[in-house]
Every structure is written in structure tokens, then in C-alpha cells.
Design a protein around this ligand. Structure first.
Ligand code: NAI
Ligand code: MG
Length: 360
């Protein structure tokens, strides 16, 4: 008898295109479930947190929100941020609160090049490109340490300090995660990215931990590259990349660059993992709320649907995840593309094509 696999997912669409892309991802997963003859099921609960909620309540999330989320198997997130609320309030109030509160310390952001999508890279047509950015997601530049003072000195006299925090434990766990991931890939290589020539404390500690951990993985090729040079390498020699591990800020920037090189920010998927599974992990597209195109039904759902595939992998549903990835490739190859990747299709058109292509 086939085993029933049932998962409870908390959907947090957030702001702007967040609700459009989360809706697309839910439809794709529900289509997978209905084709499974009852062997696979998803129960969704949607939460209204975001900038509208803030306007009504003065909070980005209910006080007991994190506690209520703990019982779910995963969180499926859209994006947060809207011009009516300062970005640092919305980001810290919801997304960073969940990532940090649930110790989702590993943020995995694959860069996939898809058939039918034009990349600005010259080499993309002839070279197999496929790499993954592993982002330290719990500390570093987004640790939130610092403060503002001296405003009493009058206009122009205020001082702000924003410190980055690097712990040996934090560096070691993300670097080991990157090496373990490299062992699952056809090219076993980890590129470590810092700016340790200029940031001589935290990033030198990172470099030292990287060297120490690398010694435990003699079968994995390594390199250490400064972040400015790595940005150039993303453009000029991307075929040399497999797993790229970097601090919170550096990997945030590099993953946007990677997705733009693959064709659009709207394509990029991401998993915020608590690898110990003490807390639910959170899956979300890399992009933000895209206020410039929100509400028009034209945003690209592929980043969110790819994130749903990462969620399936996290549940151990590798076959189903591969089906979703194949549907993404087939849909792009058929030319069913939204405007950001040069097409004329709506979010709905792409979602329907993805669902049709699930059939194989
Ligand atoms: P953004 O990612 O929302 O948009 C950047 C550009 O990419 C825009 O031109 C947008 O139209 C385009 N884009 C983004 N997603 C797309 C999609 N699915 N399909 C087609 N085009 C897409 O970044 P931006 O403009 O810097 O930030 C807007 C808001 O989002 C801000 O409030 C920011 O704080 C927030 N944000 C939230 C994130 C999160 O919740 N994880 C991540 C990044 C930004
Ligand atoms: Mg970002």
C-alpha cells in the first residue's frame, strides 16, 4: 500500500507580488497532490502578516505568531516590504525575525540557467552553468548589533555604528554545510568569499575556519576569493563555480547577481534551512515585493515555484521536486515567459503551463 505523506505548510504571502507568487506555488503543489492518488497531501494555513497588517496593528507579526508557526512542517514565504513602511522595519519585523528566531542559519540559493531564457552572459549559450550560493543566514553583517547616538549634537552630528558579528561556531557550521553540499554535486568544489584584506577580524576568522574545515574534505577542491573579485568571476568565469559560500551580506548581493545573470531576479529560488530540524525551515523566492509591477498579474512565479521544489526536497520528496524542476525547464523551453524574461505571458499563463508540464 502506498504511504501517505502529508505536510502542513504555513503560507505567508507578505506584500506586493508576494501574494501572486505564493498563490502560484500553492497551485503547483496542490496539482502535484491531486495527481498523487491520495499518497501526497498539503494542508495550508495562510497568515496575513506584512505591511497592511502593520498599518492596522502597528506590528509586522502577531505576538504569538512565531509560536504558532513552530508546529508547521515548513513556511512558504512571499516577500515583505512596501513603500508605506520603512524597509528596515518590515524586514526586521518579519523576515529576519523568522530566520533568526527559527535559527535558519543556512540559506541555499541555486543559480539555474533555463532553456529559452536569454542570459546577458556571452558564455551561457555554450557552457553548462549551474552553481549554488550558500549564505550564512544567522549573523555576520545582519546580526543587528550597533546603535545610533549623538543626535543631541544637532543636525549633522549624529553617529551610527553597524557591527558585523562572526562567531567561530557560525562560520564553521555554514562552511561544513557548503562542503557537504559540494559532495552531492558533480563538481566537488567550494569557493569561499570574504573581504578579509579590509575586514581583518571577522573575515580573517572566517578564512581560518575555512582552511581548517577544508582539511576534513580532501576530495573537495577549494578556493578563497575576495568578494569584489568574485563579482567579476560570476560574470567572466562562471563555469568555474559550483558551491559559493559567503557571509550574510556578501551572499545576499552575489545571489542577486547570479539570478540576474541567469536572466531575471524573478527566477531565483531560496531555502532558509534549520538543518537540525529543531524549527521549521522557510522557502521563498530571492526577489522582494516588486512594488513597480505588483497587482498587475505579470510577475514571474518561477522563483517561488522553484522554492516550493526546494521545500519538497526538504521533505524528502526528491522525485516530486525533480518533477517540478522539469516542469520549470519545459515551460521556459516552450517560450511561456513573463515580461522580465522577454515574454508576454501572465503569471497565470506560466502557472497553468507549469501545472500542465507536471504531467510529464
Ligand atoms: P525587488 O526584488 O522587489 O525588485 C527588483 C526588480 O526586480 C524590480 O524591477 C522588480 O520588478 C523585479 N522583480 C522582482 N521580482 C520579480 C518577479 N517575480 N517577476 C518579475 N520581476 C521581478 O527589490 P527592491 O525593488 O529592491 O525591493 C522592493 C521591496 O522588497 C523593498 O521593500 C525591499 O525591502 C523588499 N525586499 C524584500 C525581500 C524579502 O522579503 N525577502 C528581499 C528583497 C527586497
Ligand atoms: Mg536580497
Amino acid at each position: 500500500m502506498a504511504q501517505t505523506r502529508h505536510f502542513r505548510i504555513a503560507a505567508i504571502p507578505g506584500d506586493g507580488v508576494g501574494s501572486e507568487v505564493v498563490d502560484a506555488g500553492r497551485q503547483v503543489l496542490d496539482a502535484l497532490a491531486s495527481a498523487s492518488h491520495g499518497t501526497l497531501g498539503f494542508t495550508w494555513q495562510e497568515f496575513p502578516w506584512g505591511s497592511d497588517f502593520y498599518a492596522r496593528t502597528g506590528k509586522m507579526i502577531d505576538d504569538d505568531g512565531p509560536e504558532r508557526l513552530r508546529e508547521f512542517d515548513a513556511l512558504y514565504f512571499g516577500a515583505v516590504g512596501w513603500p508605506t513602511v520603512p524597509d528596515h522595519v518590515s524586514l526586521w519585523g518579519l523576515r529576519l525575525r523568522l530566520c533568526q528566531g527559527f535559527d535558519q542559519w543556512a540559506n541555499v540559493r541555486p543559480v539555474h540557467f533555463l532553456p529559452g531564457v536569454t542570459s546577458p552572459l556571452r558564455k551561457a549559450d555554450t557552457t553548462e552553468l549551474d552553481w549554488v550560493v550558500v549564505r550564512e543566514n544567522s549573523e555576520g553583517e545582519y546580526g543587528g548589533f550597533g546603535g545610533r547616538n549623538f543626535s543631541a549634537r544637532g543636525r549633522g552630528g549624529e553617529v551610527a555604528v553597524q557591527s558585523a558579528v562572526f562567531t567561530e561556531t557560525g562560520c564553521e557550521r555554514i562552511i561544513r554545510f557548503a562542503f557537504d553540499l559540494a559532495r552531492t554535486r558533480s563538481r566537488r568544489k567550494v569557493s569561499s568569499v570574504t573581504k578579509s584584506n579590509a575586514q581583518q577580524y571577522g573575515m580573517v576568522l572566517w578564512d581560518e575556519v575555512f582552511e581548517r574545515v577544508a582539511a576534513d574534505y580532501p576530495d573537495v577542491e577549494t578556493e578563497s576569493v575576495l568578494v569584489d573579485a568574485m563579482s567579476a568571476k560570476f560574470v567572466l568565469r562562471p563555469e568555474e563555480l559550483s558551491v559559493v559560500v559567503a557571509s550574510n551580506l556578501n551572499a545576499d548581493i552575489l545571489s542577486d547577481l547570479g539570478s540576474a545573470l541567469a536572466g531575471s531576479l524573478g527566477l531565483a529560488a531560496s531555502a532558509n534551512l534549520n538543518p537540525e530540524r529543531r524549527y521549521p525551515s522557510m522557502f521563498e523566492p530571492v526577489h522582494g515585493s516588486a512594488p513597480d509591477i505588483a497587482g498587475r498579474g505579470v510577475c514571474n512565479p518561477i522563483g517561488a515555484v522553484g522554492s516550493a521544489a526546494l521545500m519538497l526536497e526538504h521533505f524528502g520528496l526528491d522525485e516530486e521536486a525533480a518533477r517540478v524542476q522539469r516542469a520549470i525547464r519545459a515551460t521556459c523551453a516552450q517560450g511561456v515567459l513573463t515580461a522580465d524574461v522577454g515574454g508576454g505571458a501572465s503569471t497565470k499563463d506560466v502557472t497553468s503551463a507549469l501545472i500542465d508540464n507536471l504531467a510529464d
